[in-house]
Structures are given as C-alpha cells and as structure tokens.
Design a protein. Sequence first.
Length: 116
Amino acid sequence: MKPFAMPRILRHGAVLLALPLLAAPALAADKAAGQAKHEAACAACHGKDANTPIDPSYPKLAGQYRDFIERALLDYKSGARKNAIMAGQAQPLSKADISNLAAYYESLPGSLRVKR
C-alpha cells in the first residue's frame, strides 16, 4: 500500500504560506539603528540627509530601493563590486548593519527622478 502523499496543490500552497515567514528577518530592520550608522560612517561623504553628497560622483542614497542598497554593500564587502573607499567602509558592516542602513535609506525622501 502506498503511503499518503500530499497533493501537489497543497504542497505548493504550503510553500506560499511559508514565504512571509522567510521574509520576516528582512522586515525586522531597525531604521533608527540605520540612521545612527549613517550619521557615524556615511554622512561625511553622502550628506547628512543622504541626498547631498560632497562630490557629484558619490551616489545619493535617500529613497534608494532597499534591496539595491543591500546588494551594493554586500558586493563592496565581498569585493564583487570595486571601490577602494566603499570596500573599506563596507568591510566592518554586519548583515544587521546593512539591513538597517538599507531600511533607513529606503524610508528617506529622495530627489532621484526617472527621465522620460
């Protein structure tokens, strides 16, 4: 006799129901901690408001997508993205620091606009 097998639709449904639980750590970012980290380490170059960098070649961070900031910082940290200044800045950041910074930057009003 064949053991009970869960129908495919139920297996897929169970996966869909579990997805929010997998995303929960991403939702737990602390914007206040991100702001504190920004003020301590990032504001000198990217501006106190994260929207007025000291040099036009430095990016505006305010209003950027959270996943973009996280990926960029992780890539600087790993060396996949090359920039001597940012590599040094990203190296000591923990995953929580990166998540907090990304949440903080995403929450800020940005001046970036899409040209049409």
